[in-house]
Design a protein around this ligand. Sequence first.
Ligand code: FES
Ligand code: FES
Length: 228
Amino acid sequence: MPALRYPDTAPESTAASRPNFDFTNNKAGIQAVNPNLTRRRFIKGVIASSVAAASTNAGLRAAGAQDQGSGTVERLVSLNINGRVRRVDVLPQETLAYTLRYKLGLTGTKIGCNRGECGACTVIIDGVTNYSCSTLTQSVRGRAVRTVEGLQAADGTLHPVQQAFVDELGPQCGFCTPGQVMSAVALLEENPRPTREEARQAMSGNICRCGAYDHYLNSVMRASGQSS
Ligand code: FES
Ligand code: FES
């Protein structure tokens, strides 16, 4: 049966010492995902935005005119996606993963669990990895969002991390691969020559159901210019 988490390097490690997926900094001090993002905070945001939307709709019905006052959420927003400004109609409670895939056609970002547990939807926001299924699109206005589609050069040349994943035959089914790539890119931009253990920690927010963890770690080490 394939391993369901990045394997520990120490064979005597216990379950308690393995990486978790709770959005917090891990034991090596390397950020796997945005530590400011929690499931509770996300749900609070959804509830707050839904209340705002409901009150806005009530106001619209009562007044029979568009309400531009406090409590409204502008739906037509500008997003900076892969260096391009995209105008898109966004519902208050809409997740970034949904917007990317179903409004902007950027289907490289996958939705697996849709609840902040698997990492398939990982994107980079202002240099930090985030689960886009647990990020409200309205919250990324004015911020730089990078998806897997934005990695390759204009002439089609793959990003070095993407090329390393190919060279190491990293993916198996490939579903988790975009998220794995985004986590690896964020890691190497912050730490260009990580140890294998540092890479394992940084990638610990990305689950691979096929258990291709060692292949992915080999890919990260190759992309960093170190032998795997
Ligand atoms: S789909 Fe977002 S973490 Fe699983
Ligand atoms: S889930 Fe299949 S390669 Fe990771």
